[in-house]
Each structure stands twice: as structure tokens, then as C-alpha cells.
Design a protein around this ligand. Structure first.
Ligand SMILES: Nc1ncnc2c1ncn2[C@@H]1O[C@H](COP(=O)(O)OP(=O)(O)O)[C@@H](O)[C@H]1O
Ligand SMILES: [Mg+2]
Length: 364
């Protein structure tokens, strides 16, 4: 693909730099440059551009981004910025930019960026979900893996899973992959990363699904702090349309903070003796105040029949978003390390998760 590019940046050094790097790459052609977005929108059409590089440090440029799609419906817009700022990046993506590059970028960065940012379909603004449970073995990891597959099947969007269940990170086992870079390295390096560099820390595990693996050893979990992980999640949201975060079970500053940054929290539980309902009852008030702020809280219970749902809702005095049946294939596959083989299997559990995924996809 050849790119007829227009640069919009008031900084002379960026213009000189861009002109130089474009000379070296035959696929990149700089057809024009403007200091102001207004001139570009007015005069740019004669050049028939299919790529814009727009300085998004400039507030006027960010505000004008929705205009590009109207005037240049076939062109893609990539934001460029001098230092990473998640708020500016988000505003730009909501405005129609497909992603953001940090200055100084190379020609390869532009081509890589366009390729990475164009993956998937992008039906919605980026969404993030945290999965919390009062205790372990709540069906959390099973739910996340299956939801990710279902979201991709239904939308074709890009999904990231971040395994932040730092001590018992099972997601790599679920997808049968060997962790390379993990959440430990990503949080260590995040201050120096740009979105396209962070992308390399994610491991493709299925079509349109990429995983940031949990720590390779239990003791490395100590190395991951909330602030850095929040920065990783926010940057990941400019690369993926859905970010699903697997959290450690139990209430801690870490897990509640990670719930805080997500748009929706899934409170997960698995029924064994029935006593688990009391644990959810104890956990609910902590999150219920969120609903007053318009955040979503979804209770999902595994190993529960439809017939039990109403009774449980009455006990909890809270709506249950989904009940997932006891699925013996899941357990046997998990025990034999073949979970990936059954995750696409059409059983009642998958059907229920498809319905839940559909609700998430269409919720705004
Ligand atoms: N709906 C289900 N029916 C039966 N077993 C399940 C179901 N969901 C999960 N499991 C099994 O329960 C165990 C714990 O599930 P997992 O998803 O790992 O929970 P968590 O991540 O909360 O610890 C696993 O062995 C898994 O295969
Ligand atoms: Mg788990």
C-alpha cells in the first residue's frame, strides 16, 4: 500500500524530519504539509491523500478530527505527539484517529503503526472490563477467555486480555502459549513505551485476541504496581477495542484500583456449596456505589442453573447478568491442559457467554 500523506504540524523540526524520512521509503509520499488544520481541511482535497499525520498536542487539531472523516472518508488519520498523554490520545481516537505515534518516529514506525492500528473493525470507542472475585476458583479466567472469543466472533474487533491475576496467572495455560514478555516487563518499561512498542509485549493467542501474560514466577508479582499497570491498560486501549483484565481474587488495594479504571466490573462467583452467595453478598456493597456513577457492575455466576437465578437475585437483592451452567467438558479440558480445544465448542456454556458478549457489545 502506498500512502499519499499530508502532515499537519506547526513545528518546523517535525516537518524537516518527516520530509527526510519519507525520502527513504517508496511507500510513503508526502504530498503536502500544513501548519494549521483549517488550511489542510480546505485545500487538502486536491492532493487526494489517504493518510494524515496530525499533531495532537494541539487542542484545535484534536477538536477538528471528526471533520476529516466527512471531507476525506477514505483517508486514515494517525495522531502524532511529542510525549505520551493518554487523555489526548483518547480524545483523538474518539475523534476518529486510528492510533497515535510518538515523535520522533521513523518511516517504519508509520508503516507499522498504520498496520497495527488498522487491525479489526472498531465498532465502538475502546472499552475496558475488570473481572473481580471475592475468592479463587470463581470461573473468572474461564469467563474471560470465552468472552474474548465470543466478542471477536461477533464483532471482528481486536481484543486484549491482560493477565493481572499476578500470583496465579492461568491465562497463558488456557490458551496453551508460553509467556515471553509479561505484565512485569510491560509495567517496568511503560514510561519509555509508545503504543506500537507496547504492542510487541502482547502475544497473539487466537484470531484478533492478544494476551499480555502474567508473571512467569509467583515472586515476580511483587514487581507490578497499580500506577504502572493503569498506564499499560490506558495505552492498550489505544491499540485494542476491548481490554479484559483478569484480577487477583480477594479485596486489595490492587484489585479495587484496577476495577476503578475499568468501564465495567464483572463480579464473578462459582457455586459449589451454596455458601458462595454469602461471599458475593458481602462484596456487592463495595461496588454498588459505582452504579450511582453510571459505571456498570455485572454479577456472573458459574455452575448455576437458570432455575436458580431468580432465587439468587432475591437473596442478593441485585440483578444477575448471567448464570453459567456446570460444564463438565471445561473442567476435564482444564485438567488435561486442552482448554483451548473446547473453548469454541458449541455447548450451553458457550451459548450463555455469547448472549452475555452480545449484551456487552451493544451496551453504551
Ligand atoms: N461453568 C463451569 N462449569 C464447570 N467447571 C467450570 C466452569 N467454569 C470454570 N470451571 C472450572 O473451575 C475451575 C476454576 O475456574 P477458573 O476459570 O480458573 O476460575 P478462577 O480464574 O476464578 O480461579 C477450572 O478448573 C475450570 O475449568
Ligand atoms: Mg484464574
Amino acid at each position: 500500500m502506498k500512502y499519499s500523506t499530508i502532515l499537519i504540524d506547526a513545528d518546523d523540526a517535525t516537518l524537516i524530519h518527516t520530509t527526510n524520512i519519507f525520502k527513504r521509503l517508496p511507500d510513503l509520499n508526502l504530498v503536502s504539509s500544513y501548519r494549521e488544520v483549517k488550511s489542510a481541511l480546505g485545500q487538502g482535497t486536491v492532493f487526494n491523500p489517504n493518510l494524515f499525520l496530525v499533531d495532537i498536542d494541539d487542542a484545535d487539531n484534536r477538536k477538528s478530527l471528526p471533520e476529516f472523516a466527512k471531507i476525506f472518508p477514505k483517508a486514515i488519520v494517525v495522531g502524532i505527539m511529542s510525549k505520551w498523554d493518554a487523555d489526548k490520545a483518547f480524545e483523538s481516537i474518539r475523534g476518529g484517529a486510528i492510533g497515535c505515534l510518538l515523535k520522533p518516529f521513523s518511516g517504519e514506525d508509520i508503516l507499522d503503526g498504520v498496520k497495527i492500528f488498522s487491525r479489526g473493525v472498531r465498532h465502538t470507542k475502546p472499552r475496558s472490563f475488570s473481572f473481580f472475585s471475592a475468592k479463587g476458583r470463581s470461573g473468572k479466567t474461564t469467563l474471560i477467555a470465552n468472552l474474548a472469543l465470543s466478542i471477536v466472533r461477533q464483532t471482528g474487533d481486536m481484543v486484549a486480555i491482560i493477565d493481572a491475576d499476578l500470583q496465579f496467572s492461568d491465562m497463558a495455560i488456557f490458551f496453551d502459549v508460553e509467556p515471553m514478555m509479561t505484565v512485569v516487563e510491560a509495567t517496568r518499561d511503560i514510561k519509555f513505551l509508545s503504543p506500537i512498542r507496547l504492542n510487541a509485549y502482547f502475544l497473539p493467542v487466537a484470531e484478533n485476541i492478544q494476551l499480555l501474560c502474567g508473571p512467569k514466577r509467583l515472586e515476580y508479582s511483587e514487581l507490578v504496581d497499580v500506577e504502572s499497570l493503569t498506564a499499560v491498560v490506558r495505552m492498550a486501549q489505544t491499540l485494542f477495542h476491548y481490554v479484559l483484565i483478569d484480577l487477583p481474587s480477594g479485596v486489595s488495594a490492587f484489585s479495587t484500583n484496577m476495577c476503578e479504571i475499568a468501564d465495567t466490573v464483572f463480579l464473578c462467583g462459582m457455586l459449589n456449596t451454596g455458601f458462595e452467595i454469602h461471599h458475593i453478598q458481602r462484596t456487592l456493597p463495595m461496588f454498588e456505589m459505582w452504579e450511582q456513577y453510571g459505571k456498570q457492575l455485572k454479577v456472573v455466576l458459574s455452575r448455576v442453573d437458570d432455575r436458580q437465578k431468580l432465587d439468587i437475585e432475591r437473596q442478593l437483592n441485585h440483578k444477575v447478568a448471567a448464570v453459567l451452567p456446570n460444564e463438565f467438558l471445561m473442567v476435564s479440558a482444564a485438567n488435561s491442559g486442552k482448554l483451548k480445544n473446547v473453548m469454541n465448542y458449541e455447548n450451553l456454556l458457550s451459548q450463555k457467554i455469547n448472549t452475555l458478549a452480545g449484551e456487552i457489545i451493544h451496551a453504551h
